[in-house]
Design a protein around this ligand. Structure first.
Ligand SMILES: Nc1ncnc2c1ncn2[C@@H]1O[C@H](COP(=O)(O)OP(=O)(O)OP(=O)(O)O)[C@@H](O)[C@H]1O
Length: 590
């Protein structure tokens, strides 16, 4: 169920063009609302791409152009039905975005924005220079849209079509974000290391949302062409690409409805400035751009999250995703029997240039054991951890898991095989609930993709995933916080939440990176109790730790490293009294 506000909004949209006199909305406002709608469709895509996925594109106007020119060209030159042209336009755009995305999405940092700028510029000049597209004059006499003899040849009629698409775009993106791939998209922020560790193919996910945003832009372009009944390159230039980005940011790039709000604010503001500034200043010129620029700077300075969050505070909060009381359990992997060899690290070596961070280190973890990997600062523990989890790859040596070599596999392949992990510095989605955070961990246990999620054909699987996430939350004792925002929990609880997220992947081995770091005594005790309980349930744990006391009463065996080398190995009390360990780890016998 959508909230009341949505239905009020829908009612306004339906009534606006048909209100009788004297409250009839003038043509001028209908035109403005049409443009706001067209821009909003593009901005919704940008919210997904930029606000949520964390990737900046200046090239959306070029995708709008692709949609507009395809229908303009096909419908005027070949008399093709615009509806067919819409599909051709979407296909061309998707293909272009796929190719462009596959090239640029792998590049980090500023390469993507630069790539989209280059794309925006080159397409603009291409439109303007191709003879068959009418060069800079463009294409005229584009036919009106028709559905069953109903012609959309006035602004008032187009209004409905445009706003149906706006609402459809918003709902489609909302549906997507509340789904398995949506949670993966939200986890892309912050570099994607966490998402990869949960089994998400982040490079592919980035391409997917780039294509999705491009398709929305192309649909907007299609409507634009049939509203204007003419196209030329000007509206598809880089300047408009930047404006779309402004709209998403002004509204609130992290909020889907923010796109509609942002499109409204920017369009109205520009229109207002354009008509009033010349009167105040007394001469014509592009003064509105100057004032607009200043307002933008102020907004970015004082309201980084855009205007939507302020508006949102006035209304009741949308109820988030909940876990069902009952659902069919997810399939579990076959568990090893106690004592079976699980992980074998054989002479693993990692060199960073001349530095040997891990020097031919060997150890193993058997099913049902808790093993501690300890050592002083810089000993190579985290590097070893990263070698096992696929974040780094060995220079030489081998790592076996359940009889299979895994040292060359990527993180997402390793979690697939049953190694779950947590992070030294917790990596949670702070504004998502505990439930949703844990559900990210179950990513690989679901299969629904983007299109089925958009169409809400994922209900049964979502219930199973949420049920499993809730089960893991109860298992680690965080049931009372199921619907709290993850960022609101204390550090100790956040670390336990990360364990629940790892458990949601149904691991046979749990890798914990300094789980006790920063915890208070009570929190450490709670964590140790939880790990003992998990061990009792047959789970194996490898933990990298600094805190000697914490590991002493918890682990079955300890592996001690110093300067990248394994210096001791054995039962905790044996290791504790080993002179080499006392010397290295405790800084010598006092
Ligand atoms: N990506 C990297 N590039 C170059 N050197 C690195 C890299 N990662 C780690 N090192 C170096 O490798 C050595 C081992 O570091 P590592 O982080 O594995 O130690 P650690 O035992 O986990 O220490 P800490 O407890 O402080 O986290 C250190 O000298 C570190 O500076």
């Amino acid at each position: 169920m959508r909230n009341k506000l949505f239905w009020v909004f829908l009612l306004i949209v339906v009534l606006l063009p048909v209100l009788p006199l004297p409250v009839r909305v003038p043509e001028y406002w209908i035109t403005l609302l049409n443009y706001i709608g067209l821009y909003a469709i593009v901005a919704v895509g940008l919210v997904l791409l930029t606000g949520i996925g964390g990737m900046t594109s200046f090239g959306q106007a070029a995708f709008v152009g692709l949609g507009a020119y395809t229908t303009g060209f096909l419908s005027t030159r070949y008399g093709v039905s615009p509806w067919l042209a819409l599909f051709v336009g979407i296909a061309i755009t998707a293909l272009a975005a796929l190719v462009l995305g596959a090239i640029t999405m792998r590049l980090s940092g500023h390469f993507l924005p630069l790539g989209t700028i280059a794309w925006g510029l080159s397409l603009f000049f291409l439109f303007g220079n191709l003879e068959f597209l009418g060069k800079y004059d463009g294409i005229n006499s584009i036919p009106a849209l028709e559905v069953f003899n109903w012609r959309f040849d006035t602004g008032r009629q187009m209004f409905y079509l445009i706003w149906v698409v706006v609402i459809g775009s918003v709902l489609s993106v909302q549906n997507l974000l509340d789904s398995r791939p949506g949670r993966a998209i939200r986890a892309l922020r912050g570099g994607g290391v966490m998402a990869e560790a949960m089994g998400v193919n982040t490079a592919w996910m980035r391409v997917v949302i780039f294509v999705y945003a491009a398709i929305l832009a192309a649909i907007s372009g299609f409507l634009f062409a049939h509203l204007q009944r003419a196209v030329n390159p000007t509206p598809f230039g880089l300047e408009h690409g930047i404006q779309f980005l402004f709209m998403a940011v002004v509204g609130g790039a992290g909020h889907v409805w923010g796109a509609v709000l942002g499109a409204g604010i920017v369009t109205l503001l520009q229109d207002w400035l354009q008509s009033f500034l010349p009167r105040i200043i007394g001469q014509n010129g592009n003064f509105e751009m100057v004032v607009f620029g200043i307002l933008m700077v102020l907004l970015l300075q004082y309201a980084r999250d855009g205007v939507w969050p302020y508006l949102q505070k006035l209304f009741p909060k949308r109820r988030g995703v909940t876990a069902p009381e009952k659902a069919e359990a997810l399939v579990q992997r076959a568990k090893p029997s106690a004592g079976e060899p699980l992980l074998q690290v054989n002479a693993a070596r990692k060199e960073f240039g001349g530095l040997v961070a891990v020097n031919d280190v060997s150890f193993e973890v058997n099913a049902g054991e808790i093993i501690g990997l300890i050592g002083p600062n810089g000993a190579g523990k985290s590097t070893t951890f990263n070698l096992v989890t696929g974040v780094l790859h060995v220079t030489r040596g081998e790592i076996m898991f359940r009889g299979e070599r895994i040292e060359k596999l990527a993180s997402r392949e390793i979690v697939k095989r049953g190694i779950g992990r947590t992070f030294q510095h917790v990596r949670l989605m702070p504004t998502m609930t505990v439930l949703e955070n844990v559900a990210i961990g179950a990513h690989l246990r679901g299969h629904t993709g983007v299109w089925r999620s958009v169409a809400r054909l994922n209900k049964a699987e979502e219930e199973r995933l949420m049920f499993e996430a809730a089960r893991q939350i109860e298992r680690v004792g965080l049931g009372a916080h199921m619907y709290d925002e993850a960022g609101s929990l204390a550090l100790g609880q956040q670390r336990i939440l990360e364990i629940a997220r790892a458990l949601a992947s149904d691991p046979t081995l749990l890798l914990l990176d300094e789980p006790a770091a920063g915890l208070r005594y009570k929190e450490k005790q709670a964590l140790a109790d939880l790990l003992r309980k998990l061990k009792g349930e047959g789970l194996s744990v490898l933990l990298v730790e600094h805190d000697m006391d914490f590991v002493m009463n918890l682990t079955d065996r300890l592996v001690v490293m110093e300067f990248g080398t394994r210096i001791a190995h054995g039962l905790p009390h044996e290791v504790q009294n080993d002179p080499a360990v006392l010397e290295a780890y405790l800084g010598g016998v006092e």
